[in-house]
Design a protein around this ligand. Structure first.
Ligand code: TGC
Ligand code: FAD
Length: 387
């Protein structure tokens, strides 16, 4: 059955022709190539890596970068790509967020020309996979307290520590790892197979099951001097990357909400109880009205975010506003739609329950809902509660 994406205020008419074309192409690809695998991927706890090269061929990775085989699209187009992928699954959008915003972005923005030439073309094609290690077992919301450290040994660095909850950790060819060097946060590119570097899988997740999550363990890992990202020092390095990924999530969450809305609407139009379609009852119609309003408001935020980013005027607190609002909105929509499917809502035969479970992770990663509340509290009052 063909998917109908909710667009009540005709936001799509604000898009440039090529942006809309990208969105529709990704929508088609998700429907044809990803969705047939989605239930099995979630049930068997695996990401369909066989799709990575197709995503590369579509130009989805590092799509806003100019050069190195990247598509050089607008940030609005990149947002739309996130929306369409997350309509499929948050794990699919996560795969893109990490590869593009958290791996290609720091290599492009902070890397040396050699690092860019070595990694960007392969990452763009989906021939190489990357991961981003910031969170540690004892330091999540407060990454500035990290204890992973690099020691300068003259001709090389020695890396020790551990990272936790790392998307793509055990499959990545290159890990962007944040560690303190003489007390200052620095980024390092650590290649798969480097002696002393292991990446055990996190098992038993009930969320984002179609996404690989791993620990990264560094025990006296010797890395060459050329592995340091020369272009940035301090916590603003990793936080600058998070801006890219959080921007994508603000768009992506809308796709998950649209998918749930579409499924609940079709279901309630077709299923009858008490001799009438469920969608005809006022209690259900109130839910549709509330969700329609919430999704439409989130879409307005995303499109404005895209305009500001394309103009180079988007600030971190504005991204926090949209990440916080749109993910909470999507989680609420998924939960409401789950109830509207009755018992079928707990079956993986329907997408909504999968989206609901996934969105619990999205609510927590890339800055928890609470952390974005505090960022907004600081923006509103001028006082940082976490300082
Ligand atoms: P604070 O003292 O405020 O700032 C330190 C330096 O960083 C600068 N800065 C930023 N720069 C760029 N973008 C931002 N969003 C920035 N926020 C702050 C700031 O100007 C300062 O620069 P400078 O030059 O003065 O040194 O830092 P703080 O330690 O007080 O922390 C602030 C806080 C709490 C907002 C920050 O730590 C934070 O955002 N915490 C949340 C951590 C987080 O989001 N982790 C995510 C891990 S990655 C992940 O989840 C990937 S999910 C992957 C997937 O999609 O599958
Ligand atoms: P904590 O920081 O311990 O927070 C626990 C609770 O306390 C939360 O509710 C939080 O909001 C609240 N809290 C914390 N501080 C405050 C405060 N000052 N005031 C009020 N409340 C507060 N990280 C990476 O680096 N790379 C990845 O690729 C990555 N992928 C992930 C994939 C998945 C599936 C998941 C679930 C997580 C991933 N993460 C990744 C980690 C994620 O970014 C962290 O889980 C997140 O930043 C929160 O850290 P924490 O889990 O340590 O929670």
């Amino acid at each position: 059955m063909s998917y109908k994406a909710l667009d009540f205020l005709s936001y799509d008419s604000l898009l440039r022709e090529e942006e809309l074309a990208v969105a529709l192409e990704v929508r088609r690809w998700v429907g044809e190539r990803f969705l047939p695998l989605a239930m099995e991927a979630f049930e068997t706890d695996r990401f369909p890596f066989e799709l990575a090269r197709e995503m590369g061929e579509l130009g989805l990775f590092g799509a806003t970068i100019e050069g190195w085989g990247c598509a050089g699209l607008s940030h609005t187009a990149y947002g739309l790509i996130n929306r369409e992928l997350e309509r499929g699954d948050s794990g699919l959008r996560s795969f893109l967020s990490v590869q593009s915003g958290l791996v290609m972005y720091p290599i492009w923005r902070y890397g040396s020309r050699e690092q860019q030439d070595q990694w960007l073309p392969r990452l763009a094609k989906g021939e190489a996979i990357g991961c981003f290690g910031l969170t540690e077992p004892d330091h999540g919301s407060d990454p500035g307290a990290m204890v992973t450290r690099a020691e300068d040994k003259g001709d090389h660095f020695l890396l020790n520590g551990a990272k936790m909850w790392i998307t793509n950790g055990s499959v990545a060819d290159v890990a962007v790892v944040w560690a303190k060097l003489e007390g200052v946060v620095r980024g390092f590119l650590v290649e798969k197979g480097t002696p002393g570097f292991t990446a055990p899988l996190h098992r038993h997740k009930f969320s984002l099951r179609a996404s690989v999550t791993s620990e990264l363990v560094f025990e006296n890992v010797r890395i060459p001097r050329s592995a340091i990202l020369p272009g940035v020092e301090g916590l603003k390095g990793p936080l600058g990357c998070l801006n890219q990924a959080r921007y994508g999530i603000a768009w992506g969450a809308i796709g998950a909400a649209q998918a749930c809305f579409d499924e609940a609407l079709r279901y309630q139009q077709q299923r009858t109880q008490f001799g009438r379609p469920l969608a005809s009852f006022q209690l259900q119609q109130e839910k549709f009205a509330d969700m329609l309003t919430a999704i439409t408001a989130a879409q307005g935020m995303a499109i404005r975010l895209g305009q500001l980013k394309d103009e180079g005027k988007l600030g971190p607190a504005q991204i926090s506003l949209a990440k916080r609002n749109n993910v909470a909105m999507a989680l609420q929509v998924a939960r409401t739609c789950r109830t509207m499917l009755g018992a079928n809502g707990v079956s993986l035969e329907y997408q909504t329950g999968r989206h609901l479970l996934n969105l619990e992770s999205v609510y927590t990663y890339e800055g928890t809902h609470d952390i974005h509340t505090l960022v907004l509290g600081q923006a509103a009052t001028g006082i940082a509660s976490y300082a």
